[in-house]
Design a protein around this ligand. Sequence first.
Ligand SMILES: [Zn+2]
Ligand SMILES: [Zn+2]
Length: 451
Amino acid sequence: MPKHVSRRDFLKTSAAFAASVSVGIRNPVSAAVGNTAQQKRWFKGNLHMHNQWSDGHPLPEWAVDWYKSHGYHFICPSDHNIFQSDELRFDGFGFKNKPSDIAAFKGETSLWKPISPTAGWPKLTRKHVDEAIEKFGDDSVRMITVDEETYVRMKPFAELEKQFVEPSRFLMIPGYEQTGGCPNGQQVHVNFINVREVFPYISAKEPKDILERTFEKGREMYRPDYLFTANHPLWRYYDFSPNDLIALPQIRLFELNNNAIDGKYEAHPQGWKPGQFWDVVNAYRASHDQPLLLGMGSDDRHSYAGPAEGWSVVRAVSLCVEDLLHAIRAGDFYASNGLDFEDIQFDGKTLSVKIDVREEGKYRIQFLGTKKDYDPTSRVIEVAEGPRCPARKIDVYSDSIGRILDTVEGTQGSYTLKPDDLYVRAKIVKVSDKLQDDWQSKPAAWSQPYK
Ligand SMILES: [Zn+2]
Ligand SMILES: [Zn+2]
């Protein structure tokens, strides 16, 4: 095994574990789980990020290199409404840059963007180009100047793959983010992971209809091996609701923590937060015998100036697309913004977790869930437009949803489902005076829910 693979940080062997784990009573994990010969390991990844293929700041190779050199094992460069193909083009999400002399690009491929003298969304500036040249050399960035306008070539996915992918060390999964919204501006974004073809955004008056039709279109187009994730429901401000995912049990993945929204949007005092969103949907699903909603962590980075504070860690047999997607669908992963689980086990009744402690400190495990007698009703409050938020109707739910079932002060703990529990999930935190709640807890990690 190469040195980087055995590094303790994110790859931990769990052979004994693989023999015993099952994720969800109704959803026993694959044959692989029962096979003691197949050891599973943890792989750190991010399936939601942006670069200059749409409106992320760095050039694509700079962005991919950032993840590879920061301990990630897999990524999906999920740019807005575009796949990084080699088709010659000059337009994309938020830009149309047709050069005055197209003949200068005869025989060229891929997306070309002009260097803008001024910064601003979603422009390419000299600084981004210089950063890539500094890292990869003059020859790595191709430029063509037409009428004093310098165009820069974006590397397509296949070339990035060739440059960065290494077996057992770093994997790139193709995909993109479907970006758009309702006529009133409410945003509904979803990611398609492990696809290479884009279809035009499907708008509708209601977020639920967008989610439903987009999911359906994906099913027609991308069968069979891809993922669909409902992204950042809180962004821009309560843009879609738990009720939308209650109505659409076919949606199995959503973004629980998304780096890009943190700090920019405050939850309404009466409104749900992403953790509560999750519990509202799963209280309903668990009591209606439906598969539970799974929570992803991702950073959705555009600027790479600050640290990445959202990712997912997946327990899979190997670092290949098939195994990773299989593990994610089976719920064998957790979302994190700084902590790691060493182990998560569910035997059909008891959820046992162990924190991977890398720093001295006080750690806490919270077991969260909802009781069978919860109040499923919701009411709507209308929020007027404010300096930090557009006008919105927000669904408000009962406090009986998403309760702390038990707390363990320590690094190891378990919770056995009681007859009146619908499901249980674990959240781990490092305790400090600055610790916030819900998705803003840092550092923290979230297991999937089990029933
Ligand atoms: Zn988005
Ligand atoms: Zn995004």
